[in-house]
Design a protein around this ligand. Structure first.
Ligand code: PA5
Ligand code: NI
Length: 176
């Protein structure tokens, strides 16, 4: 592989790699309850633009996630969240736009909430699952980098979830 560059122009982003689009119907099971008002609309909750880099040790995958504003009943839009399949791998997020929370937890029960916003860097150490939550009324956009061989373990989160959820209650952000 040869060195390459891509544009970070957010008006027309495309890193020439995977483009993952997750709509309400694809991921509704991650929310506490289903929301009839979203059933017909089936909005895009988030999309990810990945770099065209092989999933091999030594490489780094970089990406941009756009997590749209919205709620499923009172629960803020969020990503599925995952551990890395190769658990001993970290990740870095750089906030580009918007405001959100990165929920982090370990299999031994540790939990941490990190704020993400423009120009703020979040470091996710090895062994920590991570999920992004958009707590604002505009898209949450962040850049990320992780070891290309890390892989995504969604199954563990699908089975046991995150220990906390983030809701909007009376105009306040409530973590419970
Ligand atoms: O690798 C990451 O942590 C991110 O690129 C996420 O994959 C992205 O934000 C989407 O979240 P998830 O993979 O949990 O659906
Ligand atoms: Ni990750």
């Amino acid at each position: 592989m040869r060195p390459f560059t891509v544009s970070m122009n957010l008006d027309n982003i495309n890193f020439n790699g995977n483009h993952i689009v997750r709509r309400y119907e694809d991921i509704k099971s991650i929310f506490k309850s289903t929301d009839i008002s979203l059933e017909g609309k089936n909005p895009v909750i988030y999309e990810v633009f990945e770099s065209p880099v092989p999933e091999q040790q030594g490489h780094l995958i970089f990406l941009v996630t756009i997590l749209y504003p919205g709620k499923v009943n009172e629960e803020f839009f969020m990503t599925k969240g995952h551990y890395h399949t190769v658990e001993n791998t970290a990740e870095v997020y750089l906030g580009i736009k918007g405001k959100g929370l990165i929920l982090c937890q370990t299999k031994s029960g540790d939990f941490e909430v990190a704020e993400i916003s423009e120009n703020r860097v979040v470091y996710i150490p090895p062994f920590w699952a991570h999920r992004a939550v958009n707590i604002f009324d505009e898209p949450l956009i962040f850049f990320g980098i992780y070891p290309a061989h890390a892989g995504h373990d969604y199954e563990t989160i699908a089975q046991s979830g995150f220990v906390k959820r983030v809701f909007s209650k009376n105009g306040r952000v409530v973590i419970e």
